[in-house]
Design a protein around this ligand. Structure first.
Ligand SMILES: *[C@@H]1O[C@H](CO)[C@@H](O)[C@H](O)[C@H]1NC(C)=O
Ligand SMILES: *[C@@H]1O[C@H](CO)[C@@H](O)[C@H](O)[C@H]1NC(C)=O
Ligand SMILES: *[C@@H]1O[C@H](CO)[C@@H](O)[C@H](O)[C@H]1NC(C)=O
Ligand SMILES: *[C@@H]1O[C@H](CO)[C@@H](O)[C@H](O)[C@H]1NC(C)=O
Ligand SMILES: *[C@@H]1O[C@H](CO)[C@@H](O)[C@H](O)[C@H]1NC(C)=O
Ligand SMILES: *[C@@H]1O[C@H](CO)[C@@H](O)[C@H](O)[C@H]1NC(C)=O
Ligand SMILES: *[C@@H]1O[C@H](CO)[C@@H](O)[C@H](O)[C@H]1NC(C)=O
Length: 486
């Protein structure tokens, strides 16, 4: 098992190589790394400077100007070269394609970054394995000297390694995909090079189609590689201690990374006041916030801010409300058919937590239960615009025995308690409609979790723990493996 792990370094350096190659070599191959000096010509005019010349947006630029001895103005104008004229449709198309390929190369950089964190985990695991290896050697060499305590240590270390086993298969598939994508990008830029040499001989439509297909495949690949199975939760970081025992707080996972606004909703019933802090730092200091007053009070703590709107459960009903922050208005509300409410089917801590909204890499979800489902957790994918239920899964896990639940990459993870000693106990995979029992510990520092949600943008868990706002990092496991041909 150690051998494939040792090869991971090679994969990442290959990916870095590809990225460099695409971002540096590719543009120069097609001549787009700098502005091309066009054919320059001198134009002599008997007028004042500037007024008559087309702007740079037409591809023309005033280069120099001078006063001739006879008083005339002399301007040197750089006219666009024929082949790069913006009115040449082929050239424009080529530029667009090139931009696409460059965008793809940027995406590959992101991919590289995303896998980096998981690589760290693999490295740690690798050193653990080495320790384990040598200990096992010692153990077999001198069977008498091994104590019960060392055996326990070995067993503990083995337990830490267990998450590795189910992901090793995935590991193979992922690398194959990257190798293939690499070849496709290489092929494509080869074609672009050919075009530059023989403008016009190529079928642009076919080329464009190939770029589109490649782009879609890369996007799918990134989603997949960014996703993974939850194998670990870090130590908690307490961001702030504020508010009552129960509440919720979050950021918008759909917002661009520059938007770090924090939303804060204290209390679990009849609340209407949502505080919006400008940044996480402001939230920590309790400064720079504005207030939104909801037209309908909320129930529970399962709210989520998604793409600029708050989705929450209206008090004493199973109505889902979508409140749009910028327009400060309810844009749509709809009953979640059959969903229990008003403390009929809460999580183990009660608090009107019948309906829990959440967002992951795949979109917006609602977790609740119905009489028909006998109180077992159901998870529904929601259309964020209409609030219609797109698809529903019955997980079979009793909601009242669940502390909280959160969604990562289409998988619902359920804790077995809101109190000290809670662990992530159950996972339901919507992709395969299957479940398994898990044993993922985490430190429940303040012993009463009333909100727990994953944020796919930051890849962290947000929790509200007994009046503390707490974050956890997660380890999502997917590995990239080399098979030696790289
Ligand atoms: C464009 O690429 C060529 C070849 O790699 C290089 O010599 C030149 O300096 C580059 N120009 C700019 C503006 O980067
Ligand atoms: C490339 O990415 C930029 C920024 O993300 C975007 O504005 C542009 O439209 C993209 N170009 C193409 C051809 O997709
Ligand atoms: C790349 O081009 C080669 C030669 O033209 C071809 O055999 C191969 O199938 C192409 N690869 C991909 C992934 O398109
Ligand atoms: C389903 O999702 C889980 C977790 O995201 C992943 O480990 C598993 O490979 C996926 N299964 C299929 C068949 O895609
Ligand atoms: C997010 O909102 C924008 C408009 O505000 C919309 O165009 C886009 O489709 C929304 N995205 C999702 C995933 O709902
Ligand atoms: C909700 O439950 C309370 C008791 O906890 C009850 O008084 C009230 O009538 C219920 N409301 C609805 C709409 O079911
Ligand atoms: C998560 O990991 C990042 C990078 O290692 C670190 O900066 C951050 O403080 C961690 N957050 C938590 C909650 O552990």
């Amino acid at each position: 098992m150690t051998v494939p792990l040792l090869k991971i370094g090679a994969v990442l350096s290959t990916m870095a190589m590809v990225t460099n190659w695409m971002s540096q070599t590719l543009p120069s191959l097609v001549g787009l790394n700098g502005t091309k000096p066009g054919t320059s010509e001198k134009i002599v005019k008997e007028r004042d400077l500037g007024t008559l010349f087309p702007g740079p947006e037409d591809g023309w630029q005033i280069y120099t100007s001078a006063q001739a001895p006879d008083g005339k103005c002399i301007c040197t104008v750089v006219a666009p070269a024929q082949s790069t004229c913006s009115r040449d449709p082929r050239s424009r198309q080529l530029r667009q394609l090139l931009e696409k390929v460059q965008n793809i190369s940027q995406s590959m950089e992101v991919l590289d970054l995303r896998t980096f964190r998981d690589l760290q985990y693999v490295r740690n695991t690798e050193s653990l394995m080495k320790v384990l290896d040598s200990r096992l050697k010692v153990a077999t060499d001198s069977q008498k000297t091994i104590s019960t305590r060392s055996f326990q240590e070995l067993k503990d270390k083995m337990n830490e390694l267990l998450p590795l086993i189910p992901v090793l298969e995935q590991y193979k598939t992922d690398t194959r995909m990257i190798v293939q994508l690499k070849e496709e990008v290489r092929n494509l830029s080869g074609i672009l090079l050919v075009i530059q040499e023989e403008m016009g001989v190529y079928d642009y439509e076919e080329l464009q189609h190939r770029v589109l297909v490649l782009e879609a495949r890369l996007h799918a690949c990134m989603q997949k590689l960014g996703c993974g199975k939850l194998t670990g939760v870090s130590n908690p970081i307490t961001v702030r201690a504020s508010g009552s025992r129960f509440g919720s707080w979050m950021t918008d996972s759909m917002a661009p990374s520059s938007d770090n606004r924090v939303w804060y909703m204290d209390g679990y019933y009849k609340g209407r006041r949502v505080l919006e802090y400008r940044t996480l730092n402001d939230f920590i200091k309790g400064q720079n916030f504005i207030q939104h007053l909801l037209p309908h009070p909320w129930a529970g703590t399962g709210h989520v801010v998604f793409n600029g709107s708050l989705y929450y459960n209206k008090y004493q009903s199973n109505v889902v409300v979508k409140y749009h922050f910028r327009s400060r208005s309810v844009v749509v509300q709809r009953s979640l058919s059959g969903a229990g409410y008003n403390n009929t089917f809460p999580y183990s801590w009660g608090g009107f937590s019948d309906i829990d909204f959440m967002a992951d890499e795949g979109g917006l979800w609602a977790v609740y239960t119905t009489i028909q489902n006998a109180g077992n957790i159901v998870v529904s994918k929601l259309d964020p615009t209409t609030l219609e239920v797109l698809q529903t899964w019955d997980t079979g896990y009793p909601k009242r025995s669940a502390g909280e639940s959160f969604m990562i990459c289409g998988t619902l993870y359920v804790t077995n308690s809101h109190l000290a000693g809670a662990k992530i106990y159950f996972a339901y995979y919507t992709n395969t409609s299957t479940y398994e029992y898990t044993d993922i510990p985490f430190h429940n520092q303040y012993s009463h979790i009333s909100m727990l949600d994953y944020n796919p943008r930051e890849r962290v868990l947000y929790t509200w723990n007994n009046g503390h706002q707490v974050l956890y990092n997660v380890t999502l496991f997917h590995v990239i493996k080399t098979s030696g041909e790289l």
